[in-house]
Write a protein that binds this ligand. Structure first.
Ligand code: SAH
Length: 346
């Protein structure tokens, strides 16, 4: 099994059969080699640097009804909120003072976040903080909308493809949504010059190794600058309340594989990974991750951006999160980089 890790390290690719074997193995030596090769490759391109992204969760209103997600439209128990432009600017001001040089505006698909409103916020952010990158994660929009947001100054866009197998995609989403449109959006974002992030949940209901291999192949086709993966974590008010969550082991295995397949990609150690294990994010950093996304949202709304159960860091002030993460990053042997943190070579 260790020879598969070495082949992946040397060629950044494996056959489907080899990928399946490496994903499913419980060979500890191969697992440890994968971790150390992944760390070697991340250090070759990024040294010990870990980039911080200040996450501003702008709205928990969503017109979509993804079966796994706690802020899905049908969840009548969800306590919804949306931030005003002034609140978003205050989050950014706070974040800038804490050393963040990327702001991520993420939210449900909320129709009140029109292009005009968003363009205004993006322009103001770029005017006040010209040394910062603005990342959007606002779901599927039209080409024209993505074009206007890009023109207003948005640098990056996160839109996980969620599942590259049409069969799995349709089991995780309502009929109104399609993998085809999701992919179309991702290719349009790329064409518009965004740094693009795709990704998927690990251990989503019905997901098999074959589905995961389809995800890896789609990522090769898209060749994104960022890849977001984290374990599926059930939410109590969704149809998947009783499903099993994704595991730490499989998530780490895939993070290591992704680092070797995409040597220069921006790879976050996600909040979901920190949610299923107290040391999840640190282990992610040691397995190829080079980004963390601490929460900058106002404390009084944090619990309402309730994608999955037991989400961590919903009680602390941004400054506390920032310092807690710095300690964790340093204890894991890495260093916080106070910079925009673009993808190497972009
Ligand atoms: N509306 C935006 C942002 C979605 S939330 C969009 O469509 O891109 C960001 C990510 O959280 C999603 O892409 C999804 O992969 C993840 N997520 C949602 N519910 C989750 C759950 N129950 N467990 C783990 N991750 C979840």
């Amino acid at each position: 099994m260790t020879e598969l890790v070495e082949k992946l390290y040397e060629t950044s690719d494996l056959t489907d059969g080899e990928l399946k074997a490496l994903i499913e193995t419980d060979d500890r030596e191969a697992g440890e080699l994968l971790r150390s090769r992944a760390d070697e490759v991340r250090q070759l391109h990024y040294g010990k640097k870990v980039f911080l992204r200040g996450l501003i969760e702008v709205s928990s209103y969503c017109k979509n009804d993804c079966l796994y997600c706690g802020i899905r439209r049908s969840n009548k128990d969800a306590d919804r909120y949306r931030l005003t432009r002034e609140q978003i600017m205050l989050c950014a001001e706070n974040g800038y003072g804490l050393g963040f040089r990327t702001f991520v505006m993420q939210g449900g698909e909320d129709g009140t976040f029109t292009d005009d409103l968003l363009c205004g916020v993006i322009r103001e952010l770029k005017e006040k903080y010209p040394d910062c990158a603005v990342t959007l994660s606002l779901g599927e929009r039209s080409y024209e909308s993505y074009r206007r947001l890009r023109e207003a100054g948005a640098d990056r866009y996160l839109l996980r493809h969620e599942a590259a197998s049409p069969e799995l995609y349709s089991r995780l989403h309502p009929d109104q949504m399609s993998l085809e449109n999701r992919k179309k959006c991702l290719f349009e974002l790329k064409e518009l010059g965004y740094q693009v992030g795709a990704g998927f949940m690990v251990g989503a209901p019905f997901q098999t190794t074959e589905h995961i291999i389809a995800d890896l192949r789609f990522l090769q086709e898209l060749s994104p600058q960022m890849i977001g993966i984290g374990p599926f974590v059930p939410h109590h008010s969704t149809p998947f309340a009783k499903e099993k969550g994704g595991t730490l082991e499989l998530t780490l295995r895939l993070l290591g594989i992704l680092r070797l397949m995409f040597p220069r990609v921006l790879l976050p150690a996600t909040t979901a990974l920190g949610t299923i294990s107290p040391t999840g994010r640190e282990q992610g950093l040691k397995t190829g991750c080079n980004v963390v996304m601490p929460n900058l949202s106002p404390v009084d709304v944090r619990k309402k951006y309730d994608l999955y159960d037991n989400k961590i860091c919903t009680g602390e002030e941004a400054a506390e999160c920032r310092h807690c993460l710095q300690r964790r990053i340093e204890a894991a042997g890495y260093e916080v980089a106070a910079e925009r943190g673009d993808c190497a070579g972009f």
